[in-house]
Ligand binder design. Structure first.
Ligand code: SF4
Length: 351
């Protein structure tokens, strides 16, 4: 069967599943190619139905440290999808989830002194992406909502294993590996990368998803940070649909290539991220006591956190891009006060 026929079958399947649905569908959207194709398939399948049943929610997570050019593209796209859904009488609403103030990247790193994330201590994905999405899903109501995801088996071996561990009797449906609450519907699970790009080009609607611009964003970097735990097990932070502060990867090819392509305003951000990596690895920036009181590499020292804020504000001024919000700065300063008062994490711990 050629790809066009496969795509037609998939549209019919999505239409049938939606027609049977009794609870809303929630579509995870990162702005990347896989979730974009998933939105296009759902949009097209449902626009062909005479009766639109349950509401559809498209959810996107803005961590506050998304790559500025990319998050601008994604938010414009979401507004366009919302408008076109309204015009086509498809019951779609778009939502943006955000981490709580205490969980924002800079509040954790510069305020609390968390070491910038590594592959071994990757505290960020849960706090910045998974928890905000989970909170939003809880707000959207019933645990029986179906979560539609653009995950694919052939993204990685790890992804394939996780999917097969969580497969159900029904084709294209998976269990949520940890909460076990929501059912996951993955309509492009068997697609490869070529299928994804072909599908994106074949499906015209919603035209708010600008495939040319999307392809340009993928020119030199790929990868999307997961928003639902475990289903997407591969490390993120190497693609344009992750955080500009990502220190899980040594080299940030995404921002690097954007700078090379002419987005020179991003250069100070890259410099700040590289500095974060270098300071994280130097023991002199870390307290000698952990938060639980045991000896060992503890939080970033207060002195280093203050330098980090100074450098971040300098990057903000040099780039002309808002990188941190006033409430985040206030939260950081009250955390510094707490640590200074406790004595354990003052600048003088290690001199
Ligand atoms: S992109 Fe990097 S910093 Fe952001 S949540 Fe993913 S692993 Fe963490």
């Amino acid at each position: 069967m050629n790809f066009e026929d496969r795509l037609e079958h998939r549209l019919a399947l999505v239409g049938r599943e939606y027609s049977k649905a009794e609870f809303p569908w929630v579509i995870g959207y990162s702005g990347g190619k896989d979730s974009s194709l998933t939105v296009k398939i759902v949009f097209e399948a449902i626009s062909r139905l005479r009766k639109k049943r349950v509401p559809l929610h498209i959810i996107y997570c803005d961590t506050g440290v998304e790559i500025p050019v990319v998050t601008g593209f994604v938010k414009t796209t979401l507004r366009g999808i919302q408008r076109q859904a309204f015009e086509s009488q498809i019951p779609i609403s778009c939502h943006v989830a955000r981490p709580e103030l205490a969980d924002r990247f800079f509040v954790r790193v510069i305020g609390r002194g968390y070491p910038p994330p590594t592959n071994k201590f990757r505290w960020c994905t849960d706090r910045l992406r998974i928890a905000p999405i989970q909170r939003l899903m809880n707000k959207l109501g019933d645990e029986r909502n179906v979560v539609v995801l653009g995950v694919r088996e052939n993204e990685s071996e790890e992804r394939k294993r996780t999917l097969s561990r969580n497969a159900t009797q029904e084709a294209f449906y998976y269990r949520h590996s940890q909460s076990g609450k929501h059912r996951l519907f993955c309509p492009i699970v068997d697609f490869d990368v070529i299928d994804v790009w072909e599908g994106l080009h074949l499906l015209a609607h919603p035209s708010a998803i600008d495939v040319g611009q999307l392809a340009a964003l993928y020119k030199k970097a790929s990868g999307e940070c997961p928003i639902v735990r475990d289903v997407a097990g591969s490390p993120c932070g190497q693609g344009r649909f992750g955080c500009w502060t990502c220190t899980v990867v040594r080299k940030d090819r995404a921002v690097q290539s954007l700078v090379q392509e002419g987005y020179t305003a991003l250069a100070p951000l890259l410099g700040f991220r590289d500095w974060l990596i270098s300071m994280r690895d130097l023991p002199e920036h870390r307290c000698s006591v952990r938060r639980n009181g045991t000896p060992g590499l503890g939080p970033l020292r207060l002195k280093s956190r203050k330098v980090a804020l100074k450098r971040l504000l300098a990057a903000e001024a040099a780039s002309g891009i808002r990188l941190i919000t006033p409430p985040e700065i206030r939260a950081i300063q009250s955390l510094w006060k707490l640590d200074a008062n406790s004595g354990s994490y003052s600048e003088d711990v290690e001199s």
